[in-house]
Design a protein around this ligand. Structure first.
Ligand code: NAP
Length: 276
């Protein structure tokens, strides 16, 4: 299916029912792309997004529309392309950073929050009437880092913690309206995600080297995003989707362990894990 100007529930499956429409943000590669492929295979009419759809060599299945989620005008233009009903939104687009809070340029902090928090909230505000009309489902893609804040990823962790708090409160705001909201917390997954990183200042040089090395080791042994995509597909099909789902590697176990550990012990274990 090529890109068109709008998406509405007019395509139908073999039973004649209209195919449900799912929007997956940030689906030109990585986790979003895997989700788009999985939903397409399960019969959804998928609208994926990229900031530069014309530059995506091998587009994901379905339609690929332009979205810079950090730009409110771009969010509004995307929302206007949908008809009155939208069955699912997977808010996946995101960026990360690897630098000490003290070293991070305010423009990078602004970009992190605009892309990972403020933009997804604005897009949701615009799309909620369509989701309500369809009794739709929402998945926001956070990160296990919200449970395990990691040194030199403090700002990224802050955005994902904010997104989780927003999602959990939104779920309750929508109670009784037929729209179900789920927060997904993936652990490390092998994708091309490239954290924004600068030259560390003197107090953080050794930490930057050891955290970068630990992260590269973790990414080298991480699984691909296939089972995350399967988890999203299950959530979107569920009659009563769960509030939070941890997926990927040891994420489900680590999330439970973190709940039981005293903060001081969790901090020491994190420092050891990152060679600090
Ligand atoms: N990989 C991991 O280990 C991991 C773990 C936990 C959570 N996550 C989260 O999972 C999500 C996807 O990560 P990934 O690993 O798949 O990253 P990725 O491979 O870098 O893909 C990121 C996607 O987001 C899009 N994107 C980036 N900035 C955007 C913007 N301003 N507006 C709209 N789209 C934008 C990119 O599309 P274009 O460049 O084409 O615009 C791309 O499709 C992120 O929210 C990330 O924080 C990842």
């Amino acid at each position: 299916m090529g890109a068109t100007d709008s998406a509405s529930n007019t395509d139908s499956d073999t039973s004649g029912r209209p195919a449900p429409i799912a929007l997956v943000t940030g689906a030109s590669r990585g986790i979003g792309r895997a989700i788009a492929e999985r939903l397409d295979a399960e019969g959804w009419q998928v609208v994926s997004t990229s900031r530069h759809p014309d530059a995506v060599d091998a587009p994901p299945p379905g339609q690929l529309w332009e979205l810079d989620v950090s730009d409110p005008g771009s969010c509004a233009r995307l929302a206007e392309r949908f008809g009155p009903r939208l069955d699912a939104v997977v808010s996946n687009a995101g960026i990360s950073a690897l630098s000490a809070a003290e070293d991070t340029d305010p423009a990078v902090v602004a970009a992190l929050f605009a892309t990972n928090v403020i933009g997804p909230m604005e897009l949701m505000r615009l799309l909620l009437p369509r989701l309500r009309a369809a009794g739709g489902r929402v998945v926001t893609v956070g990160s296990l880092i919200a449970d395990y804040p990691v040194p030199l990823q403090s700002l990224y962790a802050a955005t994902k913690a904010a997104l989780r708090a927003y999602t959990q409160a939104l779920r309750e705001e929508l109670r009784g309206q037929g729209v179900w909201v789920t927060h997904l917390e993936p652990g490390d997954l092998a994708t091309e995600i490239a954290p924004i990183s600068g030259t560390p200042s003197e107090p953080y040089r050794a930490a930057h080297t050891s955290v970068t090395a630990a992260r590269e080791r973790e990414m080298a042994s991480a699984a691909g995003p296939g089972h995350v995509a399967a988890a999203v597909a299950r959530v979107l099909r569920a009659h009563r989707p769960p509030a939070v789902v941890a997926v990927g590697g040891a994420a489900p176990v680590l999330r439970q362990i973190r709940r039981l550990l005293p903060d001081s012990l969790a901090g020491r274990l994190t420092a050891r894990r990152y060679g600090l």
